[in-house]
Design a protein around this ligand. Structure first.
Ligand code: ZN
Ligand code: ZN
Length: 378
């Protein structure tokens, strides 16, 4: 069995350095399920995708933290040499009443590694909204050795968002695209039912449910109204159109790329990205340099733009995706975001989440290992 636990930065670094080898918790119903040889995944409270994999080596039960502190050295509990180990420190996390009721559990852990493989962006779009279909994506994630699969569908699957797409209908090709049977085929309630059903399952990897919302500044007010009631683990904002023209479609050449100057396209795209970030509506920014998908670039240097976006992301506390979708789906040479963008994001402390943009179960996890390693190396 695996257990996901959050750790404050100081304790997290102490586990990473190998000094802290014991984690202390209340022995409540949730922790009573922990067994020797189980896996514990510690997520940094600063960045949930900074994770250390550990194995449970031994379990100790005590009546309270005073008893526990008597039996164990302060370094293994996570204190520094020059710090005083005081059992009352634990009252910051657990009340006296709860400690009395449950007792405490100390978990001796052994660090395995800190490579967390998450595919933060997979779509059920081309299949039914049911458990059987969703499980095919999760099974593929398990087969590829992932720790987490995040399911999200486009807002254009859900009837509630229909009004947010009306502005695209001014072009006949886009109107035809919006009339396809996969568009607006479900309600959000149907999605919530699936989420609830899957949450009851004991899955060996972490699974989260979100939405990929098509953002444009001219529909922000409408989106704000809809999103305030949405119940999902996370919301990913995506720019798929520039001034009501979709940029990633077979017909986008005719409507956009052959008509507009590429500098203008890039300038408008990143203006919209800034609006998306500043809207405060989203937890994550989808595929931040997807505009390069056809290999068309602006004539000007992008570094200033990347730094601006990076600063806005950190200020907003948002994650940026490193999305490999256009590499294997469109044949672009970059596996994920460009080196320049990645360097800028790293330089500015942007938190990253890896993503494949899989639209089929077999594509889950594609290039995730490689993208994860790139995030770490740059
Ligand atoms: Zn997208
Ligand atoms: Zn997507």
């Amino acid at each position: 069995m695996r257990h996901d636990m959050d750790l404050y930065a100081g304790s997290f670094e102490a586990v990473r350095s190998g000094l802290k080898t014991i984690e202390m918790r209340l022995n409540d119903e949730k922790r009573q399920k922990i067994r020797v040889d189980d896996l514990v995944f510690f997520h940094s409270s600063k960045n949930e995708y900074d994770v250390i994999h550990c194995k449970v080596k031994e379990l100790y039960h005590y009546k309270d933290f005073y008893e526990a502190y008597d039996r164990h050295g302060k370094t293994e509990l996570g204190y520094k040499e020059d710090e005083t180990a005081d059992p009352s420190d634990m009252y910051a996390y657990y009340s006296k009443e709860k400690i009395e009721r449950y007792g405490v559990l100390l978990i001796r852990i052994e660090k395995i590694d800190d490579i967390y493989l998450c595919d933060g962006h997979v779509h059920l779009e081309h299949g039914p909204l049911n458990k059987e279909y969703a499980l095919r994506f999760i099974e593929e994630g398990i087969r590829k050795g992932l720790d987490e699969v995040d399911i999200l569908d486009h807002s254009h699957r859900f009837i509630e968002f229909k009004g947010c797409y009306e502005h695209l209908r001014r072009y006949r090709e886009q109107d035809v695209w919006l009339n396809k049977p996969t568009k607006f085929q479900n309600s959000l309630d149907e999605y919530y039912e699936l989420i609830e059903e899957m949450r009851k399952m004991d899955l060996p990897i972490r699974v989260k449910f979100g939405l990929e919302v098509c953002y444009s500044s001219n529909t922000e007010a409408m989106l704000r109204q809809i999103l305030k009631d949405v119940k999902a683990d996370f919301l990913t904002g995506a720019i798929h159109s520039i001034d009501s023209i979709l940029y990633d479609m077979p017909f986008s050449d005719k409507l956009l790329w052959d008509v507009w100057d590429s500098d203008e396209i890039y300038r408008r795209y990143y203006e919209e990205v800034s609006c998306l970030i500043r809207s405060g509506l989203f937890d994550r920014l989808a595929h931040p340099d997807q505009l390069k998908l056809f290999g068309i670039y602006p004539s000007y240097d992008m570094n200033e733009t990347y730094d601006r976006i990076a600063k806005e992301l950190t200020e907003a506390g948002m994650f940026a995706e490193n999305n490999s979708g256009i590499h294997y789906r469109y044949g672009h040479e970059d596996i994920g975001i460009s080196d320049e963008m990645l360097k800028s994001f790293r330089r500015n402390g942007v938190h990253m989440v890896c993503a494949s943009d899989a639209h089929k179960p077999e594509d889950v996890g594609t290039d995730i290992h490689e993208v994860t390693m790139r995030n770490r190396e740059i």
